[in-house]
Design a protein around this ligand. Structure first.
Ligand SMILES: *[C@@H]1O[C@H](CO)[C@@H](O)[C@H](O)[C@H]1NC(C)=O
Ligand SMILES: *[C@@H]1O[C@H](CO)[C@@H](O)[C@H](O)[C@H]1NC(C)=O
Ligand SMILES: *[C@@H]1O[C@H](CO)[C@@H](O)[C@H](O)[C@H]1NC(C)=O
Length: 761
């Protein structure tokens, strides 16, 4: 027994020795390129040369510092701090020493009087160095790299000397930061990019080592001033998730030196006879002495607005809103600058040109290239709120009341105090509380009670609570949504609501105000008269359920309307994703949340509300395992929820628009088993059996004309199939989806969507 053991152990040691010798050989062969890491650099190690291939490493091994060869010229170096675990190809550098142009002969040295010199120049340039009480005791000072990526030498450090990146300056001794909800694990950095925008990036090792922008100071890249020269218009690139932009000259202008980035010049200088070119969704800033961009008071009609600008030789153009609000802004000044295109502007800009040029058709009409408005322009929409006027009036009324009260000689302080409280309440009632500019209006509970006739006219009941129709004193019709199960305090609610109210898009329902009083959480939206899409699509099912409140029969949507609805919804979600990045997802896209306005213009409701929900609710929501419907597989597999979850839900809606059938309810005509999965079934019909007719809505099958509609229907179904891929990374971004529907990008053949909830019951 013991013999065997000895034999075993000796052979074991032999084996170990073998490995050791082998390794020794191996390392000798590689010694020239071997990286040496060390935890501090002091005068006894000095000088430090690029050829030594030595790297300082932080104790947690997250950061490293040293001489890094330039990617395109291996004999030139930077002295940098870098993420240690992010590969070289993924831009791991977080700090660079200012001395550039380092060669293999450069060195980092600690001098006898305790200075640290790179190529003979101080390594750090931060000002507090000279004034600091740095000791002259040479032996004690060394260069170290802390766990949070700070390169320190005495009182000098790289954090005080930041280049383009800022790291979270906290005691992070784990590899990564973990967000509160635990879903996102990031290495993060804040960078002032070369495009002038400040961004936070997250590192995703599992997704091909990519840095992704998760936040940026200016959402729309084109709003960063200075991208394009004068008169040029900045337009985001085709894919909305990409942050690249291009410059274009408006019709009637030519690019300076052929490059619109350098600005544009009028083809003909302005003379007596002028005209205008219409540029939809474009905005400029005017420059020059005495330049102004003020809204004309009162509501103007188009011809007055145009005439005002035409007659003023200093007017370069005017902005006008086609929403009936009479919004008119003449641009007075010497030059137009910082032009950008954005659906958020909601205005058309009319730029002044020579009359002969104004005949040409504009290159920014309907935004064909980027995002065509999918709603017809209407002149007679309800008047939007005129808050500013009302506020001024209210201030005047209150001041007058106050003055009158004082003059009438109220002597007692306590009574004054009592009045003050009353005035304060009155101010609240009138919406006079301090609100951020352009923020939503704060309503009182009693105001909304009055507006909705004591919450008597119920028009819907959704996941977030009941919705009532109401009418404000200024005769605006509103939809009042009384939320239930909302988490967070007043301030949090207000902050969220302000964000939601800032989202402006033709295809989003506008939020006008809110009420947070006595524990109530109420949102006030514009009223969309048409009702929700499901009422139009699933007619059979409605009548089967015997909808008791006999609503008037909804008209049947033809193919063009369905296509327009799909496109509008896609654009609005793309806008939401683009505007909010990963922070706000819709999370609840379904026909019930798509309302139809005038001319069947689709408007998404309930966006941004997912964040207001209580955490527990979200959990139960994600636990609704196997519920067929609109939820992406990652809700069930507990994978991270990203914007691609909305893409999945949209895919289902798209398929339902084509088929007029609920994805989880089988009509009699379809054979169904437990394994029946609507997208898979539709895929086979469309691409295997080539029987398009079988998946089309029975109500309008006769209207289907292969020549007129095949292209459109085919595009809708193909796009849906891409959206319904079970793996999120295979699904396109919402911006791409909109492009696919538009037909401006080629749609490759999708894979058959698979049944992800099979086996669950
Ligand atoms: C520097 O060294 C001197 C003695 O050489 C000592 O008295 C002094 O306290 C030291 N200063 C610091 C800051 O360590
Ligand atoms: C300098 O660093 C070396 C290791 O690189 C270490 O052995 C030595 O003790 C350090 N000297 C001082 C004075 O800190
Ligand atoms: C257009 O740009 C100006 C100047 O940057 C800004 O004040 C104005 O609010 C913008 N207008 C719209 C409709 O976005």
């Amino acid at each position: 027994m013991s013999l065997t053991l000895t034999t075993f152990s000796s052979s074991f040691f032999f084996f170990i020795n073998f490995i050791f010798i082998f390794n020794l050989h191996h390392s000798i062969a590689q010694s020239q390129n071997q990286r040496v890491t060390f935890s501090s650099f002091n005068s006894s190690d000095s000088p430090w040369l690029p050829t030594q291939n030595k790297f300082l490493i932080s104790p947690n091994r997250n950061f490293t510092a040293g001489f890094f060869p330039l990617p395109n010229s291996p004999n030139h170096f930077t002295f940098s701090v870098s993420f240690a675990k992010v590969p070289q190809s993924s831009n791991p550098i977080v700090w660079n020493a200012t001395s550039t142009n380092l060669t293999s002969k450069s060195s980092l040295q600690i001098t006898t009087n305790n200075q640290i010199l790179l190529n003979g120049l101080p390594l750090f340039v931060n000002p507090n160095r000279s004034s600091s009480s740095q000791s002259n005791n040479a032996s004690t000072i060394q260069l170290v790299l802390t766990d949070d990526g700070n390169l320190k030498f005495g009182d000098s450090n790289s954090f005080d000397d930041a280049t383009n990146t800022i790291l979270p300056n906290q005691d992070v001794n784990s590899t990564e930061l973990v967000s509160n909800n635990g879903r996102f694990k990031f290495v993060r950095k804040l960078v002032l990019d070369d495009d002038g925008n400040l961004k936070i990036y997250s590192f995703y090792p599992e997704e091909k080592n990519q840095w992704k922008v998760v936040w940026r100071a200016i959402w729309e890249m084109c709003r960063v001033k200075g991208r394009c020269g004068s008169y040029a218009i900045c337009v985001p690139s085709d894919d909305l998730n990409v942050t690249t932009t291009s410059c274009f000259c408006p019709t009637g202008f030519t690019a300076n030196n052929g490059v619109p980035d350098r600005g544009c010049t009028r083809k003909k200088p302005l003379s007596k006879n002028t005209g205008f070119i219409r540029l939809d969704y474009v905005n400029y800033t005017v420059s020059g002495d005495g330049s102004t961009m003020n809204q004309l008071s009162g509501s103007q009609n188009f011809s007055v607005c145009e005439a005002t600008c035409k007659t003023n030789p200093n007017c370069l153009g005017f902005g006008f809103k086609y929403d009936g609000s009479g919004f008119c802004v003449p641009l007075i000044g010497k030059e137009l600058q910082y032009g950008y295109w954005s659906p958020g502007t909601e205005t058309a800009l009319f730029i002044k040109v020579d009359e002969s040029e104004s005949e040409e058709s504009s290159n920014f009409i309907g935004l064909t290239e980027v995002m065509q408005t999918s709603c017809p322009v209407r002149i007679s929409l309800p008047q939007p709120p005129k808050d500013s006027n009302a506020t001024t009036r209210n201030i005047i009324i209150i001041c007058t009341l106050f003055a009158a009260e004082l003059i009438s000689g109220v002597a007692f302080f306590w009574s004054f105090l009592k009045r003050y409280i009353k005035y304060r309440d009155m101010a609240t009632t009138l919406g006079l509380e301090l609100l951020p500019a352009g923020g939503p209006k704060r309503f009182t509970y009693s105001e909304l009670k009055a507006a909705t006739n004591d919450f008597s006219n119920l028009i819907g009941r959704g996941g977030f609570g009941a919705v009532y129709r109401g009418e404000l004193p200024d005769h605006r019709v509103v939809a009042v949504k009384v939320l239930k199960n909302v988490s967070g305090g007043d301030a949090e609610f207000w902050a969220e609501v302000t964000i939601i109210a800032r989202m402006h898009h033709l295809n989003l329902v506008r939020l006008w105000g809110f009420c947070a009083e006595k524990g109530q959480r109420i949102l006030v939206y514009e009223y969309i008269p048409g009702g929700s899409l499901d009422k139009y699509l699933f007619r059979l099912n409605n009548s089967r359920k015997g909808d008791s409140n006999t609503q008037q029969e909804k008209p049947i949507l033809d193919w063009n309307m369905r296509y327009r609805i799909a496109l509008g919804v896609a654009r609005a979600i793309a806008y939401l994703h683009e505007e909010c990045l990963e922070w706000v997802l819709h999370c609840d896209i379904k026909p019930e949340n798509i309302l139809l306005g005038d001319d069947f213009c689709p408007k998404i409701s309930d966006f941004g509300l997912a964040k207001l929900r209580k955490k527990e609710d979200m959990v139960t929501m994600s636990k609704r395992r196997g519920t067929p419907g609109y939820m992406a597989p990652e809700w069930i597999t507990a994978d991270p929820i990203t914007s691609k979850a909305d893409v999945y839900s949209f895919g289902m809606v798209l398929l339902e628009l084509v088929s007029g059938v609920r994805n989880f309810e089988s009509p009699q005509s379809m054979v169904r088993s437990d394994e029946w999965y609507f997208p898979g079934w539709a895929f086979d019909k469309m691409f295997k059996e080539m029987r398009v007719e079988d998946i089309l809505d029975g109500h309008i099958r006769e209207m289907y004309d292969t020549r007129a509609h095949f292209e459109m229907v085919n595009r809708m179904v193909k796009t849906a199939m891409w959206c319904l891929q079970d793996r999120p990374e295979l699904r396109p971004t919402m911006g791409k989806v909109a492009k696919m529907l538009e037909g401006t990008v080629e749609i490759t053949d999708p894979k058959k969507p698979t049944v992800f909830f099979l086996g669950e019951e």
